[in-house]
Design a binder for this molecule. Structure first.
Ligand code: M6R
Length: 609
């Protein structure tokens, strides 16, 4: 969950490392550090805190080498502190690491017995010691890295420097993402695309156990046995401006406001309104495979799991295929039942979430076809799946997922219609009707965004509340979960999302005059029941905020506060309902003065279990 970077070239190494690290800060931000070749030596600077703290601690110091590595940390082994911050150095070797070395305790014991002295509590430091030891034993830098990688178990993305090779940077990965960027007379290493997008669009996505040796002679990639591998660079189409705040105070706010554009981009070129047809060529699953499907299993984590829960409603309604939804962290531990008629769908913004990738591996073991919905082009998930539908949200930097979520819903909607089309479950006229609603969605989202000041006003009223309950039913119930998650993660207020029908089975005990309840109300087949829940909340003096598509007098009379949203097709309602909840969480967090884009204890990509 940490971010690593590396640079080799004639540019200002320190500036490039710092700039790239800032764009990776969403992956972790409890400590940071850099190592730069300066006058023939590896100079390390690190500190507890954010990149900003590191910049301050450098106090304008100039380290003018042409080769360096950097790290922003999310602590797994060892508390956030300067000693535990990367780079870690042993002898002449400096290392930055993202991942977890599972057998570090055993390796550390052996190295200590051999007389090596450890300075940190991290698992990562053993890598520097191992490489240094093998170099001392007579191996070349590259051979030593290869030998060390054969000894360690776990996941890693590493950038490594050795004082004996002042023009070489070695990068290696296993189960943690790592990209090599190719510029003119310069090259880069980074955990993720946005880190180096400002400098180059040509990127090589390293595969597991690739070792990339970067030097002025170019980039050489081998496997752990030293066998040469050819990997073509890909040109990344993302606009670097999308990775900037563009006048917004926070990335999260910018990304909330980008949703109409992101949804439009995700639909573009994939539908014909006139013909009532869908084109999902990138899906790469044959019509024969899709026709034969009898069951779908969707696996995801966090916000992406909420999208999956909504996907179940859409797929079952449009395709009449049973859909099961599971959490990545649970899935592989229960020996899931899947056979050749099952499609395994994975949903992930980053495409690097460890538990979602583990679910993909589980699917491969059971030989089922996989289809991913993913935002990051060429991520591990995208490359490992049989089929892929890219959401075109652009880089999402705020830790709280917003535009990735709504575009996941769109991808699910498109896929459901496509599958229904392939399986002959829907007539062209039916598709036309649903597509007509879909293309109106960005405009409806704009309408909700235009009402932001009202949401801010409501947030001011509730800013001191300690707990929140979110209630909804049917396809909108996962939005109650998502609204509660957004509030928790960025404002640190305790919040629970519940299917409204469950209220009587427990949460009702929490309701009193201090407990605000956010209810999502729309006229569907469960609305009478939700009206009942509204009465029950009021009868117990609960504060009621109603988000609604209706002008229903009865509801409006009961509500303490109302957020009106426009009506759409019921299958698309979640994509509209979620926006006021994102804005509400955002304003609550602003008012409480929390760190919105980098909330405490979190990281954008959870690349460890
Ligand atoms: O990259 P992914 O979509 O796989 O990430 C999954 C979760 O870690 C992520 O959605 C997380 O819950 C967000 N912080 C929620 O805002």
């Amino acid at each position: 969950m940490c971010g690593i970077v590396g640079y080799l070239g004639k540019g200002n190494t320190l500036d490039i490392l710092m700039e790239s690290l800032k764009r990776l800060e969403y992956r972790g931000y409890d400590s940071a550090g850099i190592a730069v070749f300066h006058k023939g030596r590896i100079e390390i600077r690190r500190c507890q805190g954010k990149i900003w703290d590191l910049e301050c601690s450098l106090k304008g110091e100039r380290l003018d080498g042409h080769l360096g590595i950097g790290h922003t940390r999310w602590a797994t082994h060892g508390r956030p502190s300067e000693e535990n911050a990367h780079p870690h150095k042993s002898g002449k070797v400096a290392v930055v690491h993202n991942g977890i070395i599972e057998n570090y305790v055993t390796l550390k014991e052996v190295l200590i017995k051999e007389g090596r002295h450890f300075r940190s509590e991290t698992d990562s430091e053993i890598i520097a010691h191992l490489i240094d030891k093998f170099i001392e034993e007579g191996l070349s830098f590259e051979e030593a890295v290869r030998k060390a990688m054969k000894k360690v178990k776990g996941s890693y993305a590493l950038a490594i420097l050795y004082e004996g090779a002042p023009d070489t940077l070695i990068a290696v990965r296993k189960e943690s993402p790592l990209i090599v960027g190719i510029g003119k007379d310069e090259c880069f290493v980074a955990s993720d695309i946005p880190a180096i997008l400002k400098y180059t669009r040509n990127m090589i996505f390293l595969e597991d156990e690739d070792i990339a040796v970067l030097s002025p002679r170019g980039v050489k990639i081998t496997d752990l046995e030293g066998k040469k591998i050819t990997r073509q660079p890909k040109e990344i189409q993302w606009d670097p401006v999308l990775a900037e705040k563009g006048g917004y105070k926070h990335f999260m706010l910018k990304e909330i406001h980008e949703q109409p554009r992101a949804v439009t981009d995700t639909i573009r070129g994939r539908i014909s309104l006139n013909k009532g047809e869908l084109f999902l060529e990138d899906i790469q699953l044959s019509a024969k495979t899709l026709k034969a499907l009898k069951r779908i299993v969707i696996v995801a984590c966090g916000t992406s799991w909420h999208a999956a829960l909504i996907g179940k409603f859409i797929l079952e309604e449009l395709c009449r295929i049973p859909v099961e939804v599971d959490l990545g962290s649970e899935f592989r531990y229960r020996d899931p039942i899947m056979n050749k008629d099952t499609l395994l769908m994975l949903i992930s913004q980053s495409g690097e979430t460890a538990d979602t990738l583990a679910a993909l591996r589980e699917g491969k073991k059971k030989q089922v076809k996989s289809l991913s919905i993913c935002n990051v082009v060429d991520s591990s998930l995208a490359r490992g799946s049989d089929g892929i539908i890219y959401t075109r949200a652009g880089p999402e930097i705020g830790v709280a997922s917003t535009k990735a979520f709504t575009t996941q819903l769109i991808a699910l909607y498109l896929f459901s219609l496509y599958l229904a089309q392939v399986q002959g479950k829907i007539k062209k006229e039916g598709i036309k009707e649903l597509l007509k609603e879909l293309v109106k969605l960005p405009r409806l989202m704009e309408e909700v965004l235009a009402g932001d000041h009202e949401i801010e006003r409501i947030a001011k009223k509730y800013v001191n509340c300690r707990d929140f309950l979110y209630l909804a039913r049917s396809i909108n119930y996962p939005i109650a979960l998502e609204g509660a998650l957004k509030l928790k993660e960025i404002s640190y207020i305790h919040a629970e999302g519940y299917p409204a029908g469950e209220m009587k089975h427990g949460p009702i005990a929490l309701i009193d005059e201090d407990m605000p309840v956010m209810v999502l109300f729309t006229r569907d087949k469960t609305c009478e029941k939700v009206l009942g829940n509204i009465e029950e909340v009021k009868a117990r003096s609960g504060k009621l905020i109603v988000v609604t598509t209706e002008k229903d007098k009865e509801v409006l009379r009961k509500a303490d506060d109302i957020i009106s949203i426009p009506k759409t097709n019921p299958l698309l309602t979640p994509a509209v309902f979620v926006i006021p909840l994102q804005l509400f969480a955002y304003h609550m967090a602003v008012l409480r003065g929390t760190d919105i884009d980098q909330p405490r204890n979190l990281a954008k990509s959870v690349t460890v279990e």
